[in-house]
Write a protein that binds this ligand. Sequence first.
Ligand SMILES: CC(C)(COP(=O)(O)OP(=O)(O)OC[C@H]1O[C@@H](n2cnc3c(N)ncnc32)[C@H](O)[C@@H]1OP(=O)(O)O)[C@@H](O)C(=O)NCCC(=O)NCCS
Length: 177
Amino acid sequence: MPFPTIQTKQLQLIELKEEHLPALFEQYSNPEAMQYWDGFPHKDLADTKKLLDHLIERDKTGTSIWWGIELRQSGELIGSMGYNRYAANGLAVIGYMLNQKYWHQGLMTEALTAFIKFGFEELKVHRIEAHVTPGNVLSEKLLLKLGFMNEGLLREREFFKGAYQSLIIYGKLVSDK
Ligand SMILES: CC(C)(COP(=O)(O)OP(=O)(O)OC[C@H]1O[C@@H](n2cnc3c(N)ncnc32)[C@H](O)[C@@H]1OP(=O)(O)O)[C@@H](O)C(=O)NCCC(=O)NCCS
């Protein structure tokens, strides 16, 4: 199946490729953007290449799919987002990252709206989950605006950045639309 691109008014969600490494590095090396992410800021392009290879490898198994977020007007890659584990029992866990230069302009709202529609309608996902680290209020605001429900806090659920981290689970069902 050819890679499914998704178009919105200002954005195009596209297949991630090696040529996007510098733009991805800019996003994933930013300490503020990585503050609530389940990994440390990237130190060099090799860290970003490892991430990209991992995402591409998982896409090949058909259980995960990640897009680059491109500004249609300039062709600049300004973010990335994806579904993890979407083949497992109709459940998909999402992740998303926007270059900080583009925060507070509604661009992730635009990208996620189309991306969620694609998940329910094309990937036939039943439930979409987002795992938010406490303190990531921008992410929580975004999810609530898009109709996700705060389903509670899982205490010290995952181990990353050298510590057990609690996660707030947000969920949206296909029937919540
Ligand atoms: C989470 C993240 C994507 C949120 O970014 P964001 O800029 O707040 O989200 P949006 O692009 O949708 O912008 C929404 C903001 O734009 C404003 N806005 C401006 N024009 C708008 C428009 N036309 N439509 C909608 N919102 C608009 C909204 O009011 C809102 O601003 P506010 O937060 O001051 O109320 C971003 O902080 C990020 O990438 N963080 C790092 C990675 C991360 O933590 N990911 C989440 C893991 S769970």
